[in-house]
Design a protein around this ligand. Structure first.
Ligand code: FAQ
Length: 322
């Protein structure tokens, strides 16, 4: 008992008090096993999404229509690699190794976002990914800057700043195409038609089917439900699409003054389930490419390890000679 007569808080109570007091949990703090496991699952899936997400746009680097577009696209794809690195580092603070996480991805035992299993047949797809995919990512990720786990929340701050540049570059690509020749305009509309519904699926299953939301929201990892964020995103893009002079492929999209939100049509959850099971248009291609890139990079990891060992030996020799 303390002087005030209250029992000293055990680690569990301290953790609960930190969560309800909006304090950040840091790597050395005690945390429940399932809080740690949930974070590892979500952060790893997020990191995998960033690096697999390099593929659909990377496909256009050699074919971007001008030197300026090529330079911007290289920078954007490189940013996604950087996001993967911040996120694998955040996951490592929870006691896992990034090599282990990559093995789980390559063996199909951890997921990456469904959105990256769709193809990019035209240049306008690069615009649609920037506007819709990065736009959905920002809508989901801004609240994650207030996630209860410190290293994840801090990684998200920088990621969100970069994603907002990505979204604007996508919007600008579509804006230029929409005001171009009739073929360019049709290409922009076609890309928006193909990416709209998959981008709504990025927010995850409906709340009634979301296995992890309850706990994640109680732990303040997630701040809003999947459906709330999906609605927020539709409300934003339903307005932005007008500035583009394009349309969204949803006949049920309509402003609902009573709710103060846009109503929208039913998402095809059967398609989402099929993509999660590995049957999307590009699942096999994406994972095979990732495995091959990993194998091709083995010599780089080996060289980095040898360099680190040499540096450590030298530092030890210097220490011994003191
Ligand atoms: N795809 O219970 P919930 C980006 C799985 S980054 C695949 O609702 P949760 C940047 C879920 O894992 C995009 N799987 O799950 C960029 C769970 O599976 P499990 C990635 C999905 O975690 C732009 C099951 O369904 N962003 O785009 C998906 O509470 C351009 C049940 O779902 C993040 O990862 C999905 N869409 O909520 C890069 C953000 N949705 O483990 C390159 C962080 C759900 O039971 C180019 N993550 N699942 O087998 C999150 O906010 C959450 O994890 C959600 C899912 C909201 C994605």
């Amino acid at each position: 008992m303390t002087l005030t007569g209250t029992a000293p808080a055990g680690p569990r109570q301290r953790f609960d008090a930190m969560i309800s007091g909006e304090e950040r949990i840091e790597p050395r703090d005690w945390m429940p096993d399932d809080y740690r496991a949930t974070l590892i699952r979500q952060i790893a899936q997020h990191a995998h999404s960033e690096i697999i997400g390099m593929q659909p746009e990377g496909n256009w680097i050699t074919r971007a229509p001008s030197l300026k577009r090529k330079a911007v696209l290289i920078a954007k794809v490189q940013d996604e690699a950087g996001h993967g690195l911040y996120l694998y580092s955040a996951a490592e603070t929870l006691g896992v190794d990034r090599a282990e996480l990559l093995d789980l991805l390559h063996e199909g035992r951890q997921r990456y976002s469904s959105i990256f299993n769709y193809p990019t047949p035209t240049w306008a797809d690069v615009g649609a990914i920037g506007w819709l995919v990065d736009g959905a990512a920002i809508t989901n990720q801004v609240p994650l800057c207030r996630c209860s786990y410190g290293p994840y929340a801090r990684a998200m701050v920088r990621i969100c700043k970069e994603e907002s540049f990505h979204q604007r570059q996508g919007f600008e690509i579509l804006h230029v195409l929409a005001r171009g020749t009739p073929r360019q305009r049709a290409m922009a509309q076609d890309a928006v038609d193909r990416w709209y519904w998959p981008s709504l699926m990025m927010f995850g299953p409906p709340d009634s089917e979301s296995a992890h939301s309850g706990k994640s929201m109680a732990w303040r990892i997630k701040r809003y439900s999947n459906d709330d964020l999906r609605q927020r995103f539709v409300d934003i893009i339903a307005e932005q699409v007008r500035a583009l002079g394009l349309t969204l492929p949803d006949p049920d999209l309509a402003w609902n003054a009573e709710r103060g939100h846009y109503d929208f049509g039913a998402v095809d959850w059967a398609e989402f389930t099929a993509v999660l099971k590995g049957d999307g248009p590009c699942n096999r291609q994406r994972i095979e490419h990732r495995r091959a890139a990993h194998a091709d990079g083995a010599w780089v990891r080996e060289a980095a390890r040898a360099h680190a060992a040499k540096q450590a030996d030298r530092a030890a020799a210097r220490e011994a000679a003191r």
